[in-house]
Design a protein around this ligand. Structure first.
Ligand code: ADP
Ligand code: 5GP
Length: 205
């Protein structure tokens, strides 16, 4: 029995990390794939929890050895999803969630059949700008570049199975929770249980 794979993308500052933190607190069986990145840690970020922070040479070595399920360049830095962790978890039957950009989402969708992709949108450009500034973790030029990238990224919403407009935070958390919860009632996710029930009827699944 393989686990479900969820992909979450959003323009930077939309509130994706905030929503994911809530989701992961309520779904303890859902495994978050910690990405590798060459960008420097922001204040409060920890190696191994938020990202595996690495240098460019190490990252490119991993690319050469085929250790990434997907990888992409975002705002001049490299980001990638470790193949080993995701394969292992899915094979064990655990659900996995990826926080990756639109380029990475496209690669994963083409490689993993049945992956569910969710796009989080801010309610407006002005609100996105306000949230990025409120977060106060990046200099103005970085914020300006992230806003420019956001203008392109939002065009990719069509590649996603679900769109969540992150207006009221509590509603967005509930929506993402319902998407993940509905994945747990897919037949392939319940194979063992179904077999048990059918066996109790004297039959075979
Ligand atoms: P991302 O991971 O998408 O870059 P964050 O989760 O860091 O975004 O959120 C950016 C900022 O917006 C944070 O200060 C966060 O507290 C705030 N935020 C998140 N969701 C909402 C919301 N629904 N309404 C108002 N502010 C929000
Ligand atoms: P940030 O620097 O704000 O943490 O992330 C910038 C962008 O990179 C976000 O859109 C985030 O989802 C994306 N990202 C994070 N990890 C990965 C990854 O492993 N692969 C890809 N393709 N994008 C990632």
């Amino acid at each position: 029995m393989r686990g479900n794979l969820y992909i979450v993308s959003a323009p930077s500052g939309s509130g994706k990390t905030t929503i994911l933190q809530h989701l992961l607190r309520s779904f303890t069986d859902l495994k978050f794939s910690v990405s590798y990145t060459t960008r420097r840690p922001r204040q409060g970020e920890h190696n191994g929890t938020d990202y595996f922070f690495t240098d460019r040479a190490t990252f490119l070595g991993m690319v050469e050895r085929g250790q990434f399920l997907e990888w992409a360049e975002f705002n001049g830095e490299l980001y990638g999803t470790g193949r080993g962790f995701v394969d292992e978890q899915l094979e064990t039957g655990n659900d996995v969630i990826l926080d990756i950009d639109v380029q990475g989402a496209k690669q994963v969708k083409s490689k993993i059949q049945g992956a569910t992709a969710i796009f989080i949108l801010p309610p407006s450009f002005v609100e996105l700008e306000r949230r990025l500034k409120l977060r106060m973790l990046e200099p103005d030029d970085v914020i300006r570049r992230r806003l420019e990238i956001a203008k392109c990224e939002i065009q990719f919403y069509r590649d996603y199975d679900y769109i969540i407009v992150n207006d009221v935070l509590e509603n967005s958390i509930l929506l993402l929770e319902s998407i993940v919860r509905s994945g747990t009632v897919k037949p392939q996710r319940q194979q063992a249980r179904i077999e048990e029930i059918i066996a109790s009827f004297g039959g075979r699944a």
